[in-house]
Design a protein around this ligand. Structure first.
Ligand code: PHE
Length: 349
């Protein structure tokens, strides 16, 4: 019978359907307004009453039956689609990342600066900062530099270009600071003794560069002022600092007389080589000692220039090269590496 055949045909197609699209096509083909089952009913007008009734019932039964089947299939496909989507979108937080996350590195100069600050903080010093662009008064004059001192000349100092520079007062003439000693004078003129400070910072010198000299490097200045301070105190503080820094109680220092206008007496300070323990090696060039800093007892003129009475005040100051300490600590053979931005170098820290 025609209706039964159509039903069978539709069921077979349903079985072979692969997706919602297929289902819609089947729905259209059999149940649609111009679908095959509806077409059948258009032929009813040629039939007798009894026959018509029977065919009508059959068509209705087939329509309902197929409708239900298609609806069920649709639901099954939708469920499947949902499952697939869920699987694709679900987040597995234990799944390993595509690429290992790259971590940054702390620059060796920053590591060393922090270590130095920590040791001096432990010894009771405060950490102070000062300007990198400085006037000549704080960088030179107040520090007792004679007007014609060679350190002021072109080979050492970066001068800031200014109109009619020669006519200006030293407080109005600017330079890139050549040392962190400018912080001594800035601090002393605005504070009341006793003082116990360290001041790290960048300094600039117009000079030929080599393995241990750069035109920009880092220093840390120290200043301790009170009554009855002596060279013995200076020596004890520096020795203790270096022993802590190199984690080596055998570190010794020696003072050699030297000249800096702002200290009297002034010293060049050597430390025993931590690589060979003073026996002599390539790092200390066989001598067993390495020059590490400048130091001395604060000159009375500096106290005066900063508005302090030198009568009962004594103190010491020192300036350490942070770059040099870092080179010794990590056995770095050339100062250029610090500012090279070379990742092969930086990744080691
Ligand atoms: N400012 C001196 C320099 O840069 C170092 C120093 C500091 C010397 C303090 C004595 C006292 O070379």
């Amino acid at each position: 019978m025609k209706t039964e055949n159509l039903k069978k045909e539709a069921l077979e197609k349903l079985e072979q359907s692969k997706d919602l699209n297929d289902l819609e096509n089947i729905e259209k083909e059999y149940l649609g307004k111009k679908g095959k089952l509806r077409e059948l009913s258009s032929k009813m007008k040629d039939l007798t009453g009894e026959e018509r009734k029977e065919l009508g019932a059959q068509i209705n039964e087939a329509l309902n039956f197929l409708e239900e089947k298609i609806e069920l299939e649709k639901k099954a496909f939708k469920l499947e689609e949902l499952k697939e989507k869920e699987e694709m979108e679900s987040l597995d937080i234990t799944f390993p990342g595509v690429k290992a996350f790259q971590r940054g590195h702390i620059h060796p100069l920053s590591i060393v600066k922090k270590e130095i600050e920590d040791i001096f903080t432990f010894l009771g010093f405060s950490i102070i900062q000062g300007p990198e662009i400085e006037d000549e008064w704080h960088n030179f004059d107040a520090l007792n530099f004679p007007k014609d001192h060679p350190a002021r000349e072109m080979q050492d100092t970066f001068f800031i270009k200014q109109k009619n520079r020669e006519e200006l007062d030293s407080r109005e003439k600017y330079v890139l600071r050549t040392h962190t000693s400018n912080i001594q004078t800035r601090y002393m003129e605005s504070h009341v003794p006793p003082f116990r400070i360290v001041a790290p910072g960048r300094v600039f010198r117009y000079e030929a560069t080599d393995a241990s000299h750069e035109s920009c490097f880092y220093q840390i200045e120290g200043l301790l002022v009170d009554e009855h301070i002596s060279v013995a105190n200076l020596k004890a503080v520096l020795e203790r600092f270096l022993q802590e820094f190199f984690r080596n109680l055998d570190v010794k220092i020696r003072l050699r007389p030297s000249y800096f206008p702002f200290v009297e007496p002034g010293f060049e300070v050597d430390m025993s080589c931590v690589v060979c323990n003073g026996k002599g090696c390539s790092i200390c060039q066989g001598g067993g000692w390495i020059e590490i800093l400048g130091a001395g007892m604060v000159h009375p003129n500096v106290f005066k220039n900063c508005g302090l009475d030198p009568q009962n005040l004594t103190g010491f100051a020192f300036g350490i090269s942070i770059d040099r300490l870092a080179m010794m600590k990590y056995k770095i053979d050339h100062i250029k590496w610090f500012h090279s931005g070379d990742l092969r170098f930086l990744k080691q820290f």
